[in-house]
Design a binder for this molecule. Structure first.
Ligand SMILES: Cc1cc2nc3c(=O)[nH]c(=O)nc-3n(C[C@H](O)[C@H](O)[C@H](O)COP(=O)(O)O)c2cc1C
Length: 402
């Protein structure tokens, strides 16, 4: 076997609570914090204890060349087989073997390097993409919001008061601004925008409004060729470097004339590329599962998964930590445009950030070094309850007048 260190090994010091044994023997339950060394595996989204000797072993291994066997590795201290096996399992040591996970981690590690990931972004992205309960019963956020006030009161009692709602500096130095009341067009749309979580499951959405929503949220309306193959785009949202790395993958649940399942929205041709066909009920339950059990997500007529194409931006902003967060910001802009266009079309819309990214990426066969799920937008025919301003959602009231 040949092996080398992964280029993405992260060590950290954490405080772990342990019981004071001496105090325990005297009948007292006393907890103390002990600093421990841990190693993070981006491939397993896992953190594990590591001894100083084991860390030293990793430090002594090269990442840019293969060692033929452990014994032949000049200057490499021996490491117990058990630790070596663990490192291989976690993808901290990359091997040339064809075992399933070892080959997968080797490819993944090489792709991360090729796609110009900065290590800081790898830690954050990789450690957070496996998330949430995906096999549970699911939960209804609308029920949660009906108990919101009781839950909030209990929470405040437990953790203490929240930071103030309004940020204020030297109030005595504040001076008033001209009264500004705008109406019509975009202003009405902005004031009407809200999250809708109650949809009429019985009705199918027609394709026209969905196509319009996709086009005016994700479609390109201009392009500039800067070099062969390098086209910058102009869309209804701004984008860092005009690169527009966020792609839309609609999961169709109940749309007239379109089989349920996953599609890619091809913006060049304004077309759907079929990817995964699902039975209607299977598509609904997948929608709930991919949103970590949020039941309302499966009741919409269509859900659009926002996927970042990391290398599109990292090709330009190479191995730069900030590039990752700029792509997240792009997704936020698209979400707001989605809400506003849906509002104009008379559709209900929502956004959710609580998603099981790895589940969706696997279902769509996306290479996790190149693509990543950021969140999802959903839309559909709002049920009468959602249209009633006093039903569902948070009990928002108008602000006091100026
Ligand atoms: C980044 C982001 C993440 C969100 N995640 C969720 C979510 O996981 N589940 C959910 O029901 N709503 C989610 N929302 C919607 C908010 O809960 C919603 O915007 C908020 O309650 C205010 O309601 P409004 O949109 O009607 O003003 C998210 C919104 C944003 C911007």
């Amino acid at each position: 076997m040949s092996f080398r260190r992964s280029r993405f090994v992260f060590l950290c010091v954490e405080d772990e609570a342990v019981f004071d044994l001496a105090a325990l023997l005297q009948g007292a339950l006393q907890e103390e914090l002990r600093p421990v060394l841990k190693v993070l595996s981006p491939f397993q989204a896992e953190r594990a204890h590591i001894s100083l000797e084991e860390a030293q072993f990793l430090l002594d291994l090269p990442s840019d060349r293969w060692l033929a066997t452990q014994d032949e590795a000049s200057g490499v201290p021996p490491v117990p087989q058990e630790a070596m096996d663990r490192f291989v399992q976690m993808g901290l040591v990359i091997t040339d073997r064809d075992e399933a996970d070892e080959a997968r981690f080797r490819q993944w590690e090489e792709d991360l390097w090729r796609c110009q990931w900065h290590p800081d972004a790898v830690v954050y992205h990789a450690m957070t993409r496996l998330s949430g309960p995906s096999d549970g019963e699911g939960f209804d956020v609308r029920e949660v919001s009906s108990q919101a006030e009781d839950m909030a009161t209990a929470y405040v009692e437990r953790v203490g008061p929240p930071p103030p709602t309004y940020l204020s500096f030297d109030a005595a130095a504040d001076f008033p601004l001209p009264t500004s009341v705008a109406s019509g067009g975009i202003f009405d749309l902005l004031l009407a925008r809200k999250t809708v979580r109650t949809f009429d499951r019985q009705q199918a959405l027609s394709l026209e409004p969905l196509a319009t929503l996709l086009k005016y949220t994700f479609g390109a309306f201009g392009h500039a060729r800067l070099a062969p193959g390098l086209d910058l785009l102009h869309k209804t949202s701004p984008s860092g470097g005009s690169l527009h790395p966020i792609e839309a993958f609609p999961l169709i649940l109940n749309v007239q004339g379109v089989a349920s399942g996953f599609y890619h929205y091809n913006i060049r041709d304004h077309a759907f590329s079929p990817l995964v066909t699902m039975e209607p009920e299977a598509a609904r339950s997948f929608a709930q599962k991919m949103a970590n059990g949020q039941l309302f997500v499966g009741e919409a007529q269509a859900v659009v998964v926002l996927v970042a194409r990391f290398f599109r931006n990292q090709w330009k902003y190479r191995r730069t930590a900030r590039t990752y967060s700029v792509m997240l910001m792009d997704a936020g802009h698209l979400s707001q445009v989605f809400y506003l266009v849906a509002q104009e079309l008379g559709l209900g819309a929502f956004y959710t950030g609580a998603v099981n990214s790895s589940l969706i990426e696997e279902t769509l066969s996306l290479n996790p070094a190149e693509f990543g799920v950021i969140g999802l937008c959903g839309c559909g025919i709002a049920s009468p309850a959602a249209v009633d301003p006093d039903a569902g959602g948070l009990p928002f009231r108008p602000m006091p007048s100026e």
